[in-house]
Ligand binder design. Structure first.
Ligand code: ADP
Length: 355
């Protein structure tokens, strides 16, 4: 049993007073009515002593009934208000200390409906918070892990470069190793920053109307040296005059990532096909390749941050490209889909509203 505090005693006294006045008033009115009716119908006359004796008995009765009511009210409050408030407060204190595993059991009883609504809200809040916390810790460990690889490469090449008898050829090779690794690190940082800004919505899309076909051709041309070097055949089917209203810089991130993946995962002599068509109010872009393809298991995770299905090409990326693509397409309220078959190739299809 909880100790009676000064506040509880004060609350009990105030409830006692309220009950006393209410019951006293109700009983006095009833008594007076009752006595009046009896006196009139039976022709009785009450003396001052009769009335004084009845008043004393009535006062005692009122006091006893008030005490019983006050006690019942105290117990009711403890069960239906104090207990749920205590349970919710204790849970909130644990959450404040960082324990996000806290879940409060819903309460039984008709009078607890309001508290159960608070409990459901607190439970959903902690669930959401623990999801975010897991993502944050996963993100930090992924970033740290991804940073370690290029840093280790740079360290190794740096050590090798310190050797005094180094041929020019080796020196250039090692210096190139350092440059490549630092570029990878810089690319990763740029992607992380972009993703972070996109997720926190601190980038506000600068919308303008432009020709989507032209943008696709410009993006694709950046890979000319790669497709020529790898002898990859290019096929394009671009519908004329398809205009979109979007942030051109953000949208070019989508094409650059899809094209760079298509070339990265397509071997020598393969083929990459880019098409732009329209479907009602939508512009539909598809990027297909005849590369290595992916299994359905890999396909299910490709839009997750830092996910890399093909680890043999891990050094050429950091698993952030498609996460960025997805985020941009989501911001533009578009859709992205992928179809792939191992050994046959992959097709990414992006659908965005056209003007
Ligand atoms: P990465 O930097 O590793 O390319 P992405 O987010 O761009 O990261 O891609 C994630 C994974 O999706 C890749 O590691 C690869 O397994 C798979 N993937 C993406 N595009 C293709 C493609 N065109 N063909 C085969 N697999 C692909």
């Amino acid at each position: 049993m909880k100790k009676l505090t000064f506040r509880t005693v004060l609350r009990m006294i105030s409830s006692f007073m309220i009950f006393f006045l209410t019951i006293g008033f109700a009983v006095s009115c009833c008594m007076m009515l009752f006595l009046n009716v009896i006196a009139e119908t039976m022709g009785l006359e009450f003396t001052a002593e009769n009335i004084a004796a009845a008043a004393k008995i009535t006062l005692v009765n009122v006091l006893i009934i008030t005490a019983i009511f006050t006690w019942i009210d105290y117990i009711r409050r403890r069960m239906t208000v104090d207990r749920p408030v205590r349970i919710i407060t204790e849970a909130a204190e644990k959450i404040m200390k960082g324990d996000l595993s806290v879940r409060i059991k819903p309460m039984q009883g008709a009078a607890t409906e309001g508290f159960n609504r608070i409990i459901t809200a607190v439970n959903s809040m902690t669930e959401e918070l623990s999801g975010i916390e897991t993502l944050r810790t996963d993100f930090i460990s992924n970033v740290s892990h991804e940073m370690k690889t290029p840093l280790a490469v740079m360290q190794n090449y740096g050590t090798l470069l310190q050797s005094p008898e180094l041929s020019d050829e080796k020196r250039i090779e090692y210096a190139k190793g350092v440059t490549d690794a630092s570029r990878r690190l810089a690319d990763m940082m740029t992607n992380i920053l972009k993703l972070n800004r996109l997720e926190n919505q601190t980038i506000f899309p600068q919308k303008a109307v432009f020709d989507l076909g032209e943008q696709l051709c410009e993006s694709l041309l950046q890979y000319e040296s790669i497709w020529e070097k790898s002898d990859i055949e290019i096929e394009t089917e671009i519908e004329d005059d398809v205009k979109v209203e979007a942030d051109a810089e953000l949208l070019s991130l989508v094409w650059n990532n899809l094209f760079s993946n298509a070339f990265k995962f397509t071997g020598e002599g393969g083929k990459v096909r880019v098409s732009l068509t329209t479907d009602g109010h939508y512009a539909v872009v598809s990027v297909s390749d005849t590369g290595c393809g992916m299994t359905p298991e890999v396909g299910a995770h490709i839009f997750e941050k830092f996910y890399q299905g093909d680890t043999s090409r891990a050094t050429q990326g950091n698993g952030l490209g498609l996460a960025l693509v997805k985020r941009v397409v989501d911001i533009m309220q578009g859709e992205i889909g992928v179809e792939s078959a191992v050994g046959k190739g992959t097709t990414f299809t992006v659908k965005i509203e056209k003007v």
